[in-house]
Write a new protein. Structure first.
Length: 149
């Protein structure tokens, strides 16, 4: 199972790098159902001048509409621990598993998610940490804007 998590996280990392190449914040996400990627996204706050297009939100938007029972069969992958807003969407759609690349740079409400029955798996990937560290070092203003400081 861990091998599969790393495989899907690699696609989330590709999404994060795509966002970075576009001038955005390097956070990526994929939605997986029955072992297949059904949605991809990356943070587009800068590119679209959006207040809400975090990677997970973009991923869910790009997935399109699903039936409630389908979301319950999904796993969402994110290179960074989901924030309050993205966690709200995950809880709303009852996505049961969230796999994160890392939560050292930023830790969303993981405890609350667990209390609500969501399984959180932290892969603690150095590649994700390095990507965020490098971005924050080069773009502290954008990072602080994104996390509300």
């Amino acid at each position: 199972m861990q091998t599969m998590h790393y495989k899907f996280m690699q696609e989330a990392i590709r999404q994060a790098k795509r966002g970075l190449r576009q001038g955005g914040i390097p956070i990526g996400s994929v939605l997986v159902k029955d072992g297949k990627i059904i949605g991809r996204g990356h943070n587009k706050r800068m590119q679209k001048k959006s207040a809400i297009l975090h990677a997970e939100m973009d991923c869910l938007e790009n997935t399109g509409r699903l039936k409630a029972r389908d979301y319950k069969k999904c796993v969402i992958y994110s290179t960074l621990s989901p924030c309050d807003m993205c966690t709200g969407a995950i809880l709303l759609y009852k996505i049961p598993v969230v796999v994160i690349g890392e939560n050292k740079t930023f830790k969303g409400p993981e405890g609350y998610s667990r209390k609500r029955g969501v399984k959180i798996i932290n892969l603690n990937m150095q590649e994700c940490k390095d990507m965020m560290r490098d971005f924050i070092h080069k773009n502290p203003r954008l990072w602080n804007e994104d996390i509300g400081k």
